[in-house]
Design a protein around this ligand. Structure first.
Ligand SMILES: [Zn+2]
Length: 248
């Protein structure tokens, strides 16, 4: 029986060994969601084929559909994200983007927006770097999932300020009276408003500082909070044996 062939563009999220010579590549494809595929024979020879299937590679693929794992028949490089290699900051940032994407992507569930965001973030890292690319990616990822923190008024009482704390359990910033979660500084809050308010490029120009570190800390905490809650809810639904209800 002829297997079903399809073409797609993808970013390689991660790889692992299979048997003596093969490698499994976990792909974030543009049109087929997260796909696991086997690249045969790539570890036997120093093949160009194998070199194109390293994490962070942006590739055009010909795949044949399998029952569990698809098979990579052909891989061509779309573009080089080469500045990533050899620069530790770029590499670390790239890995952070891939990890977050891997957590968010669902197997064989198309999410072209996520794919475009990942490609955009990796390109930005390769071309200009910047300490806010990763936190900005996290915030945009959460916003795309419908998680958008309140940044302008206290989430509990509506006071416009001063806003001194940030708590994702509450849904955003808090005033002095209502404060829970972690402290947030005014400059960090302003950068978060820029990231989520359509002034991303201005935010990305910010040089690394205590403030950009603070934005990263809040973004990481928010993403972890979201992923953990999602995983927990999935486990709950599976054990109870019913489908998740649509959000009210
Ligand atoms: Zn308040």
């Amino acid at each position: 029986m002829a297997s079903h062939l399809y073409r797609d563009t993808a970013v390689v999220l991660r790889t692992y060994k299979l048997g003596e010579a093969d490698r499994i590549v976990v792909l974030l494809t543009e049109h087929h969601g997260k796909v696991r595929a086997v690249a045969k024979g790539v570890r036997k020879t120093r093949s160009k084929f194998g070199a194109r299937l390293e994490p962070m590679s942006h590739v055009q693929l010909l795949l044949s559909q399998g029952r569990e794992l698809d098979i990579v028949s052909q891989a061509d490089s779309v573009e080089s994200l080469a500045p990533l290699v050899g620069d530790l900051d770029h590499l670390t940032a790239g890995i952070a983007v891939l990890e977050a994407a891997d957590q968010m992507a669902l197997e064989r569930e198309p999410n072209p927006r996520l794919y475009r965001m990942v490609v955009g973030a990796l390109r930005t890292i390769a071309e200009q770097g910047g300490s806010l690319v990763v936190p900005a990616f996290y915030w945009k990822l959460l916003a795309a999932e419908g998680v958008r923190p309140e940044l302008d008024v206290c989430v509990r009482c509506g006071e416009p300020g001063p806003l001194v704390a940030f708590d994702m359990d509450q849904g955003g910033v808090l005033c002095r009276t209502c404060r829970t979660g972690a402290a947030i500084s005014e400059p960090a809050l302003e950068l978060m408003r820029m990231i989520l308010g359509g002034r991303l490029n201005d935010a990305l120009a910010a040089p690394p500082s205590k403030v950009t570190h603070e934005v990263m800390a809040h973004a990481t905490r928010a993403l972890e909070h979201h992923i953990e809650r999602r995983l927990r809810s999935v486990a709950l639904f599976e054990s109870a044996g019913f489908e998740p209800a649509p959000p009210r």
